[in-house]
Design a protein. Structure first.
Ligand code: HEC
Length: 393
């Protein structure tokens, strides 16, 4: 008994119990306060960087998929050029669901462009373990060694709309100068682009942190699943006005004093104040066992109702030939049953369990979909030198 009391006293001291008051230190903010964690990561990845030219947010100086998935990966030096390609997920979704009507792209060119950026620890891990090429994935599968990214890994997937085409996107009718005040704007090839949406993931916890942000003027921002931000938004929950994806315009997300205090300390483009956290995901199900849904109105456009970041990314894996085991996570069971049926399988594990010894048919890529999706095929003749699906993003 004495020993137990002594232990409690020591534990109390290490937690900072002084004069009866308990220190407010949270041992696991990523799980206990996911929305706060999401906003802290927001300030980190968007911090101003010197010498970046137009690419002045930190994440814009990181390596793109095109820098990573190529014969000789290179970390970008100086001002990294924008890398905007078509939305890879809409291509994967169409392949898996042939009857799905593709997005209508005004003017023939995609209205929304996309890029992925990863920080140096994340990039180095992929390069050092040869995870950027199919031959490396085959070796990894044969070794059966679990893939575990370093805890300081971070990735951002961002969507951009050309400033001249914002009107088509959401009716914005301001001048380019007004656009640059309202949006984080970057330019490439003589054209200006406005940031409309972005995902941030980090390896702070073994199954990563998942956050998605949207510009407050995105049409249909809170459709289908609502918007949830218990840290930064005065209205912690905004109910969906439409059960399907629509062009509904939602009021801006008025910010709490707590998040404004983070903005006041951070050095970010002032336009970032116009972005809202749509939600954070830190588990597959809620405590009542229901599958959690989180999807961005732009990035997961057309499947927000079935989107679970963790479930789909939990299925990122490759087989003995170094090929992805599903088409971008889309297969009949991976992202759930049709909306409304409520019986979606949850978690990352294939539901077709059988009796007998378990058999490995895919090695998980530690939730990082770009590994199996973008790896260059160096096993064919002639070998692929850059990724067909990801080299431009
Ligand atoms: C149905 C499957 C699916 C869902 C749901 C999904 N993703 Fe992804 N995600 C992918 C695929 C496939 C890629 C790689 C291709 C690409 O870049 O689009 C990817 C790429 C990414 C990347 C770039 C790094 C990486 O892992 O390759 C990030 C970051 C990301 N997703 C975050 C999210 C977040 C946050 C959510 C939830 C709001 C989400 N994703 C929902 C399939 C999915």
């Amino acid at each position: 008994m004495r020993g137990v009391i002594a232990f409690v006293a020591v534990a109390g001291a290490s937690l900072g119990m002084m004069g009866g008051s308990v220190a407010q230190s949270d041992p696991d903010p990523a799980r206990n306060s996911p929305d706060r964690q999401s906003w802290e990561l927001f300030m980190t990845v968007n911090a101003n960087v010197a010498g970046g030219g137009n690419n002045n947010a930190l994440f814009e100086s990181w390596a793109s998929d095109g820098d990573t998935f190529r014969t000789s990966p290179v970390w970008p030096s100086g001002a990294a050029a924008m890398q905007i390609g078509p939305r890879a997920l809409s291509l994967a979704f169409q392949r898996a669901h042939p009857r799905f009507t593709p997005e209508v792209l005004p003017g023939g060119a995609a209205l929304v462009g996309e890029e992925t950026r990863r920080n140096k620890p994340d990039f180095d891990f992929i390069v050092q373990n040869n995870l950027f090429k199919v031959s490396g994935l085959k070796t990894a599968f044969a070794a059966s060694k679990p893939i575990a990214f370093p805890v300081d890994s971070m990735e951002v997937k961002a969507n951009w709309v050309e400033v001249d085409r914002l009107k088509e996107f959401n009716g914005f009718s301001g001048t380019p100068i007004e656009a640059a005040a309202a949006y984080h704007v970057n330019s490439t090839g003589g054209k200006q682009y406005a940031l409309v949406s972005f995902h941030i993931i980090s390896r702070l916890v073994p199954d990563w942190t998942w956050a998605t942000f949207e510009h407050e003027d995105n049409p249909g921002r809170c459709d289908v699943i609502g918007c949830k931000d218990s840290f930064g938004a005065v209205d912690a929950y905004v109910a969906p006005l439409s059960p399907v994806e629509s062009q509904t315009h939602y009021p801006g997300c008025a910010k709490t004093p707590a998040v404004l205090a983070l903005f006041a300390q951070a050095h970010v483009d002032p336009a970032f104040a116009n972005y809202c956290l749509k939600g954070s995901q830190s588990n597959f199900t809620d405590s009542s066992g229901l599958a959690i849904r989180l999807g961005n109105s732009v990035t997961e456009q057309s499947f927000v109702a079935q989107s679970s970041c963790m479930t789909c990314h939990g299925r990122a894996g490759f087989d003995a030939d170094g090929r992805p085991t599903t088409s971008g996570g889309f297969d009949p069971t991976s992202i759930g049953a049709p909306p409304g049926t409520g019986n979606a399988p949850v978690g990352p594990i294939n539901s077709s369990w059988r009796e007998g010894d378990p058999m490995r048919f895919g090695l998980p890529a530690d939730f990082v979909w770009s590994v199996p999706f973008c790896a260059i095929d160096d096993a064919t003749e002639p070998p692929e030198t850059k990724s067909r699906l990801c080299s431009s993003k």
